[in-house]
Design a protein around this ligand. Sequence first.
Ligand code: PRP
Ligand code: URA
Length: 231
Amino acid sequence: MTITATQAAGPLNVTVNEMVHLLPQTRQLRALHTVIRDRHADLGRFVTTSGRIIRQLIETALDLLPYEPVDVQTPVGETYHGLRPAKPICGVPVVRAGESMEHELRAVSPGVRIGKILIQRDKVTKLPRLYYSALPADIDRHSVLLLDPMLATGGTALAAVEVLLDHGVAEDDIVFVALLSAPEGIAAVHARHPNLRIVTSAIEERLNENAYMIPGIGDFGDRYFGTDVPR
Ligand code: PRP
Ligand code: URA
């Protein structure tokens, strides 16, 4: 499946292949998006509704991780041939907006370990700046869910992936989880890391001149944490 987005510079094609997992575009998902994309959504509705979409993204991402067989005995004395994750899981939210996803990951997988990477997009240049990271020393033995709701230019994602690779994590052990993705961001990430899997709930038309996605959602972090209120 090929999604075409029109850019000022010309058409940009993003192939939704096995590396890009777009949530099924159900009517319910579209209704949830309608709530959070509405500029008048209040803080409570924005947090609750984005949380519902993020939960779906997390469940989809968990399904992409490796599993191994395990047998359990049922209460009626029979054997159930089941599965369990083959590796421990580490969630890595990109601070700040990625922390909106940490809560949903912990809710479905309470024993998960959490690393943090603090990257901020420069307000003027839109280039990412890495300030800080704190990751488990043995993160290279984990399946890693890299959590950031916004994949726009892809600069932040690339910088965060670089931190993980520097800590010995293999590219195919990383699943990047994003609520919204721009075709430009997906293309930038896959140009450098073709084996990186991306789970997303929407692929936007394109970026505007300020590197915001359109139709988009505005500044996710400001809206989620309520820091977009004028004095
Ligand atoms: C936003 C967003 C991503 C980044 C995406 O963060 O949460 O981290 O921009 O943009 P990119 O793909 O063009 O790099 P921002 O730096 O605004 O910080 P925030 O999390 O505090 O909102
Ligand atoms: N960050 C956001 O929060 N929104 C965008 O559209 C792009 C980057």
